[in-house]
Design a protein around this ligand. Structure first.
Ligand SMILES: Cc1cc2nc3c(=O)[nH]c(=O)nc-3n(C[C@H](O)[C@H](O)[C@H](O)COP(=O)(O)O)c2cc1C
Length: 343
């Protein structure tokens, strides 16, 4: 092609490949750039889960960078496919006395105590998060069905794409795991929320003896999907102070130590119910994410790894999964969901 008048091959600017003037206009050709971390571009990893369409399966776990618009903005820039808020309760909660978290060689022990601004702070955070252009999943925690329903209605009104019911926090008295360990109660809470809102309801369950039964009750009651698992009730003791390290004494263990437990939980629930699951627990690289997907998860949440390595771990996991799919010759992530059950 003949070069137009005024063609210049070198502008001196490193991003400009060539430029020229024609008919009073400046035409610029930019050099192709490497993919920016966080740019959503992974068609092969596109997945549907519980009524949500995601560009790829990787998002943050509740309680991790989910308390402020700035923190959620960091997650969006890091490429999270959905944004999950910190759990909201009806009343504001200050949280537990410090120390609220202690790093361990194999994970993290925390007892934050569900600190949050309460129902009043929910609409403004959700509205700000929506501007970031990703589905916003609002996590809520309560002590009885009516409280969950009220919070879910506020989340829907503010524009949430889904609500995640925290039925599994292991250190919140009268909330969380105390509710989630009783399948009947799980069913009642999910039913109250599902009959109040039209957006998808996700039930987040933790490590309980009757997990498969509780999962079944949640699905029967109208949950579109499950989030498995929360932290495990745990404790660390300072051997010189001779007392528990955490201000609340007991907390929740997360990170690599709980990953095999999460894989087992997802595997058993998927085998019984063949339902939509978001897997969470000790995901720190593409391999641990892939394990949860092969066990039956359609999407993945990342918590502790964001705390210990920064939010860029999200993009590392996404790229790693993409390479893995190419390596094993699979065109779509969909084909891998629950694949470990076929072997
Ligand atoms: C500091 C911290 C705060 C958390 N806060 C919440 C919360 O508010 N609601 C909730 O459902 N889970 C909460 N979790 C649990 C995580 O969402 C996740 O289920 C758990 O940490 C396991 O994932 P991980 O091993 O990737 O961290 C919290 C975890 C941590 C470490």
């Amino acid at each position: 092609m003949p070069r137009p008048a005024g063609f210049r091959a070198n502008s001196g600017c490193p991003r400009v490949e060539s430029f020229y003037y024609q008919a009073g206009c400046l035409f610029i050709t930019l050099k192709p750039t490497a993919q920016k971390p966080g740019a959503l571009r992974v068609a092969v990893l596109r997945i549907h889960v519980a009524g949500l369409e995601l560009e790829h399966p990787v998002m943050n776990a509740s309680g991790i960078l989910g308390s402020s618009p700035e923190a959620l903005g960091r997650l969006a820039r890091a490429g999270a496919s959905a944004l999950v808020t910190k759990s909201f309760t009806k009343e504001p909660r200050e949280g537990y006395p410090t120390p609220i978290a202690v790093p361990l060689p194999y994970g993290l022990l925390n007892a934050v105590g569900l600190s949050n601004p309460g129902l009043e702070g929910l609409p403004s955070l959700v509205k700000a998060a929506r501007r970031l252009g990703r589905p916003v999943i609002v996590s809520i925690a309560g002590s009885e069905p009516g409280e969950f329903a009220e919070l879910a209605a506020a989340a829907e009104e503010a524009g949430a794409a889904a609500v995640e019911l925290n039925l599994s926090c292991p250190h919140a008295r009268g909330r969380g795991l105390e509710l989630g360990m009783d399948p009947q109660t799980v069913g009642e809470i999910v039913a109250a929320v599902a009959s109040t809102v039209k957006i998808p309801v996700l039930a987040k369950l933790g490590l309980v003896d009757r997990l498969v039964e509780a999962a079944g009750k949640a699905l029967e009651a109208g949950a579109r999907g499950l989030v498995l698992i929360n932290t495990l009730r745990a404790m660390a003791i300072d051997v010189y102070a001779m007392r528990p390290v955490l201000g609340n004494r007991v907390g929740g263990l997360s990170g690599p130590a709980i990953h095999p437990v999460a894989v087992r939980a997802v595997y058993e629930v998927y085998r019984e119910h063949n339902c939509d699951i978001i897997g969470v627990g000790g995901v720190e690289d593409w391999r641990s994410a892939a394990e949860l997907i092969l066990a039956g998860a359609r999407a993945i949440q990342v918590g502790t790894a964001i705390v210990t390595r920064g939010e860029q771990v999200i993009d590392e996991i996404v790229k790693g999964l993409e390479n893995y799919l190419n390596e094993v010759g699979v065109k779509s992530l969909e084909e891998l969901v629950g694949a470990a059950h076929k072997q």
